[in-house]
Ligand binder design. Structure first.
Ligand code: SAH
Length: 485
């Protein structure tokens, strides 16, 4: 059968809501747990709910016994369950090795009017326990009606990554703020707006604890009729290329964005992660090409944030490395716009990972330094600490260094760097078409001139950047002279 062929028979998709998610408050209630198999996990789960658990197990193992010692609300009776044990319970869970045991328990629970679940025996369950995300008081349950628990777990993983850990504090704050809001004379419509703004805020800033100020600010925003609490700008490191290298925080910011401004070094895969409804604006400004000026970008950031938009400014690699982030930060602060930075994997680290090398090495590389070989006027800066680059124990990563590579090499040779010092060019590090050119500080320039790369490139200089497994014949002994011919 071809992979894309449909299945022969129509799939039995349920025509009804497969199960109704209800959230059962068990705190202080009595739950019965009857176990003849491995009931540890169920005991832990029930205990987490705050229930008083009567646990029946004829032959409890060591682990179950030790759990009973740790859990004050877990009451172990070392005998099999009897129908009388079920009377008055709020919930019953059975973990049994055989269907016959499950069936008997199920019948007895029904006779006592107690909702029952027998683990892994769907025929003897009134309810399923789905995959759970616990940010109590926020609880998310995911069910596939027993069809694919692994899928439910995978979905849980995704949602879990997406939800800030601190969101629980915001949910808890809502419980405190609700009566307080009631005490304020607000129309039903404004109250609703307060809660909409609250929800946005909790998702946007769920990483930090809610503050007193937040309540007042949300009331104010609801009264002012803004659609967002306030506009904001997040400078987000988009990594060197491979979209999988962005952080969870970056992903969350992209999911929340109203507007995304991105450079032309940003992989399309990263931009695709932004909220579908977000406006995406390219603001590429690669050197030597007609492009958006930095001033225009800054003005745009300020305007959008003032309109109340949540703006994500995607910057290649890490925003703090050769990204002129300070200019944007200063302007946003001056305009009183809340700004946040989400770090990213800088190109040098992405390249090191794809080269499978360590940037530090006990004897070969005692120091790592990132420099740029591109001054304001596009030429090689004159004020680089040349001695530090010539240091045989240093590893230097040069950003924006292709166009000035020849000048850089000449200068370093003149400053006394060992001409045999390995030098490597990595173009489009971590992209599928990453390309490397190995050489020495004396030879690299001529090799690079031949290919004239047009993607973003790093020049890496230092002993750790030697080509791995070079055989004696292929190593270029005359490298040292190449620049002088
Ligand atoms: N903030 C970025 C750097 C911006 S400066 C970071 O942290 O990576 C732009 C320069 O970064 C490019 O000229 C190039 O030298 C380097 N660069 C960015 N992405 C790169 C990549 N995938 N491969 C090689 N070099 C890259």
């Amino acid at each position: 059968m071809n992979e894309s062929d449909p299945l022969d028979a129509p799939l039995p998709i349920p025509q009804v809501l497969a199960s109704l998610p209800i959230f059962f408050d068990l705190a202080g209630k009595r739950a019965v747990l009857a176990v003849s198999g491995d009931g540890l996990w169920k005991a832990e789960l029930l205990h987490a709910t705050g229930a008083e658990i009567d646990l029946y197990c004829a032959a409890p193992g060591k682990e179950l016994k030790s759990l009973t010692k740790r859990f004050s609300r877990l009451h172990l009776a070392s005998r099999a369950w009897t129908p009388a044990d079920l009377k008055g319970a709020s919930l019953a869970i059975g973990v049994f090795g055989t269907e016959a045991e499950a069936e008997a328990f199920y019948e007895a629970a029904h006779a006592a009017g107690v909702p029952v679940n027998c683990a892994d025996q769907p025929a003897f369950c009134d309810f399923q326990i789905g995959a759970i995300i616990d940010r109590s008081p926020l609880v998310i349950g995911i069910s596939t009606h027993g069809a694919a628990p692994a899928l439910a777990r995978a979905i849980r993983g995704r949602l879990d990554a997406f939800l800030p850990q601190g969101i629980r504090h915001w949910a808890a704050a809502a419980a405190v703020w609700r009566p307080r809001l009631k005490a304020i004379d607000l129309s039903a419509r404004l109250r609703q707006r307060f809660w909409d703004l609250f929800a946005q805020k909790a998702l946007d800033t769920g990483d930090r604890l809610p503050q007193e100020d937040d309540f007042a600010m949300l009331v104010q925003a609801a009264e002012a009729g803004t659609t967002h609490a306030t506009g904001s700008v997040t400078l987000v490191g988009a990594g060197p290329g491979d979209p999988e290298l962005i952080t969870l925080k970056a992903l969350r910011a992209l999911h929340m964005a109203d507007v995304v401004l991105y450079d032309d070094l940003i992989a399309p895969g990263v931009i695709d992660m932004a909220r579908r409804e977000a406006t995406k604006i390219p603001v590429g400004k690669r050197g030597y090409k007609p492009s958006c000026r930095q001033d225009d970008i800054i003005a745009l950031l300020v305007t959008l944030a003032r309109e109340g938009k949540r703006v994500v400014r995607l910057k290649g690699g890490d925003p703090s490395i050769f990204g002129r982030a300070n200019e944007e930060l200063a302007a946003l602060r001056a305009a009183d716009i809340p700004v946040e930075i989400v770090p990213g994997v800088t190109a040098a680290l992405g390249a090191a990972a794809s080269l499978q090398i360590s940037l530090t090495e006990r004897d070969l590389s005692r120091r790592v330094q990132f420099i740029t070989a591109h001054a304001r006027d596009g030429k090689l800066p004159d004020d680089i600490d040349w001695a530090s680059v010539c240091d045989p124990r240093a590893s230097t990563v040069v950003y924006m260094g292709v166009r000035t590579l020849e000048a850089l090499s000449r200068r370093l040779l003149a400053q006394g760097i060992d001409p045999a010092t390995p030098a490597l060019l990595v173009e489009r590090a971590t992209w599928p078409d990453e390309h490397r050119v190995y050489g020495t500080i004396a030879s690299l320039h001529a090799k690079v001139a031949v290919i004239s790369p047009d993607g973003p490139c790093l020049v890496m200089i230092g002993a750790i950047f030697a080509q791995p497994h070079v055989s004696a014949e292929s190593s270029d002994v005359s490298d040292a002279d190449m620049l002088h011919t």
